[in-house]
Design a binder for this molecule. Structure first.
Ligand code: HEM
Ligand code: SF4
Ligand code: SF4
Length: 691
């Protein structure tokens, strides 16, 4: 598992690094997949509302209304329909890549299990929305979706009637299914929205909007795809026939053809197996959790900065419990705390200038105490031999720090750069413990602890409390955000910083204040002109598979010269025992309100059926009665692909529990057209119907 994770992580980091060069960290789509997911959801909702205004829920009307929308109104309805489809396909891709990335970055274990499990549920909702959407159009693809989904659902022992029987032939099709689909297709996204909200409940300042330019680029790219390759229907559904092939949306329906090889039960086993494996991943292997943050009430003045800065909503401000003259106190929920330490970086009492011998701040991580950090800083700075010497605070999740010469830089590892109170920078610079301080974190757009980079930059830029005091010359502070594969950038940043400090610090440093961090990674990436070209190519590259896989390649449903025979019934076998008069003793044993002169045991006989085609038995099976008491109907829906042309059909049924012989039989010589759906149905009264 760890090998797979490391491999995936390396792939993601390389991709992220490449996209940084092409798009810049702010517009890098890989670091804002959750936000893109939210954006696509709104896009799907808006285009869906437009399409729904013109959609008619009826057997005939569904198809014709969508056709009219697509062709008569191609400039608005057609584009909206295509946007609706392609954004939905995009959401599948985004959700899976987001899932894979959180797995690769190991951001799903420990207390983060909640987002993972709710994320899995979200995938289920995405599929329900997509599948019901395709069903509503009632074209050839919808017919395939309806029959395959029904066959899949029928394998569950929870429905008393076979769902497939709603799609036996055109004559038996009722409009109620379209109404039901429309309800589900509207209700599922609403529930999904609620679940999306729950999904990010444990995150403060969750990012639900992608960078504006990225959002515009997504709309433009999807719009262009909609114009170049409009989403189309595949011919009206016709249950009296079976199309030779159908174009699939592989994002939503890739697993449908598997039902022919695995069977409906096998497909359930596969789907539930994959789901079970994914669902236990947050606990495999179990995360050895470091201790959560602890509050020292004696040092907490209830300022609520830790509450504002905690990325995981693990802190609440509650009424004071110790009698000190403050309104509130911070309380940590250990079940939500990931031990990032960012709260300690936010606490104004976590200052190394405090004279008290025991430096205990209002909040800190026991294993990364602030007093211990002050000692580490002093010891590390004593080891600095270089002129200038730099003290680096390095986040454990970022690139390594490789000083250009021994003694040129000392490194202290922290769980997140956001754990560092700015007063430590003040201490190091104003007490001249080192010539400069570098804050070396992880990838700029995707801090492992979510908000550590943002808060660090804002504190250094004096935009967020606790801010770095003005007296600290900003040219002596540097930040470097780089993931492990951006090692070269990290090394270049440190070398550049040391060189600039040697020159007096001013030349290469960015202006202090003005909301800008003092020092950023040296300019990386492609020149502006080339960048735009590469971005266009990337967008086109992303749209191509979206357009292609949304309807191609097609799956074969039957051979050119094949027809299909459907054998189906929903029939209650006879009662296993006849009704009879109850004896006075039996009556006396019954509760007074249930006393009746005759007793009718409810259990029914199973229904046994055989089908011969051209003299060969192609089906022989016993269908058990539905219901807990075996008192419901027995149901069957089976289809057989047969060569078109002359066929001798013979069918026999037994519903009375007899050992041999049959209660109903029928036979016919038929001439089947290619693609024809020949239905053998059984109803009471009347017996078999062959047509
Ligand atoms: C409709 C689909 C989804 C949307 C819109 C969505 C959205 C989001 C958002 C906005 C965040 C917070 C990002 C931040 O601000 O740090 C997030 C985090 C997360 N998501 Fe999703 N998500 C979706 C599906 C999934 C799926 C399918 C999974 C995995 C099964 C998943 C797993 C996670 C995890 C583990 C985190 C937490 C990362 C961390 O702890 O920093 N999400 N998601
Ligand atoms: S350590 Fe991190 S997650 Fe825990 S309370 Fe502090 S800021 Fe929140
Ligand atoms: S930041 Fe420190 S002082 Fe302020 S509420 Fe949190 S623990 Fe208390």
């Amino acid at each position: 598992m760890n090998v797979l994770k490391r491999l995936l992580r390396a792939i993601f980091e390389r991709l992220e690094s490449g996209l940084d060069a092409a798009c810049g960290p702010r517009f890098n789509p890989l670091v804002q997949l959750g936000a893109i997911g939210w954006f696509l959801f709104w896009l799907i909702a808006a285009s869906g509302i437009y399409v729904y205004i013109f959609f008619d829920t009826g057997v005939e009307q569904a198809y014709t209304s969508v056709e009219a929308l697509t062709h008569d109104q191609w400039w608005a309805g057609g584009i909206m329909r295509s946007l609706h489809r392609y954004a939905s396909d995009g959401l599948v891709v985004v959700a899976f890549v987001h899932m894979l990335r959180e797995f690769a970055m190991d951001r799903m274990r420990g207390v983060r299990w909640f987002a993972w499990v709710t994320g899995l549920l979200l995938i289920g909702f995405i599929y329900v929305c997509g599948i019901t959407g395709y069903w509503m159009v009632w074209d050839q693809l919808a017919q395939y979706v309806a029959l395959t989904t029904s066959r899949w659902l029928d394998a569950l022992p929870i429905f008393s009637e076979s769902i497939s029987r709603n799609f036996v032939n055109n004559a038996g099709l009722s409009g109620r299914f379209f109404t039901l689909m429309a309800y589900i297709h509207i209700a599922a996204p609403l529930l999904m929205l609620a679940l999306m909200w729950v999904h990010i409940q444990r995150y403060s300042h969750a990012r639900v909007n992608p960078a504006r330019n990225l959002a515009i680029a997504i709309v433009m790219a999807l719009g262009a795809l909609s114009l170049v390759k409009p989403a189309l229907s595949q011919g009206a559904a016709n249950l009296d026939a079976l199309a030779a092939s159908v174009g699939l949306d592989w994002f939503y329906l890739a697993f449908y053809p598997l039902i022919d090889t695995l069977g409906a039960g096998g497909l359930w086993a596969l789907a539930l197996g994959v789901l079970a494996v994914l669902a236990i991943l947050p606990w495999v292997p179990p995360l050895r959790r470091p201790s959560p943050a602890v509050v020292s009430l004696d040092n907490c003045n209830g300022c609520s900065r830790c509450f504002d800065d905690c990325p995981y909503s693990a802190i609440t401000m509650q009424p004071r419990s110790d009698g000190l003259p403050f309104a509130q106190e911070a309380v940590v929920d250990p079940d939500l705390c990931v031990s990032c330490g960012i709260c300690a970086g936010a606490c104004p009492t976590a200052t190394p200038f405090r004279r008290a011998t025991a430096l205990v701040p209002g909040i800190e991580l026991p294993q990364h105490g602030i007093a211990a950090l002050r000692e580490k800083v002093q010891a590390a700075c004593q080891g600095l031999a270089g002129k200038p010497g730099v003290l680096v605070f390095r986040c454990e999740h970022g690139a390594a720090v490789r000083p250009p010469a021994a003694g040129a830089a000392a490194v202290i590892d922290v769980p997140c750069t956001g754990m560092l109170p700015p007063s430590f920078l003040d201490l190091v610079i104003t007490r001249k413990l080192a010539d400069g301080v570098m804050l070396a974190g992880c990838h700029e757009g995707s801090c492992y602890q979510r908000l550590g980079i943002d808060w660090t930059e804002q504190r250094v830029a004096a935009l967020r409390d606790p801010y770095l005091r003005d007296r600290v010359p900003r040219e002596r502070i540097a930040v470097s955000w780089a993931n492990p594969v951006q090692q070269a950038a990290r090394t270049a940043a440190l070398d550049g910083f040391i060189a600039a400090l040697a020159e007096g610090g001013r030349a290469a440093a960015a202006p202090a204040g003005a909301g800008k961090p003092a020092w950023r990674l040296p300019g990386r990436g492609l020149p502006a002109g080339l960048r735009q070209g590469v971005q266009l190519l990337l967008l086109a590259g992303a749209m191509w598979p979206l357009g292609y896989l949304s309807a191609t390649p097609a799956v074969r449903l039957r051979g050119e010269h094949e027809a299909v025979v459907t054998l189906t019934f929903s029939h209650a076998g006879r009662h296993q025992q006849e009704c009879r008069k109850l004896s006075p003793e039996e009556l006396a044993r019954l509760p007074p309100n249930m006393r009746r002169s005759t007793g009718c045991p409810r259990a029914r006989w199973p229904v046994y059926v055989e089908l011969d085609l051209n003299g060969h038995t192609v089906f022989a099976g016993t269908e058990q009665p539905a219901g807990l008491w075996d008192d419901g109907p027995s149901s069957l829906f089976e289809r057989f692909r047969v060569p078109a042309g002359a066929q001798q059909v013979a069918v026999r049924l037994r519903d009375s529990g007899r050992e041999s012989g049959f209660d109903f039989t029928a036979a016919a010589d038929v001439d089947l057209r290619p693609g024809q759906n020949f239905v053998i149905d059984f109803r009471q009264p009347g017996g078999f119907m062959l047509k």
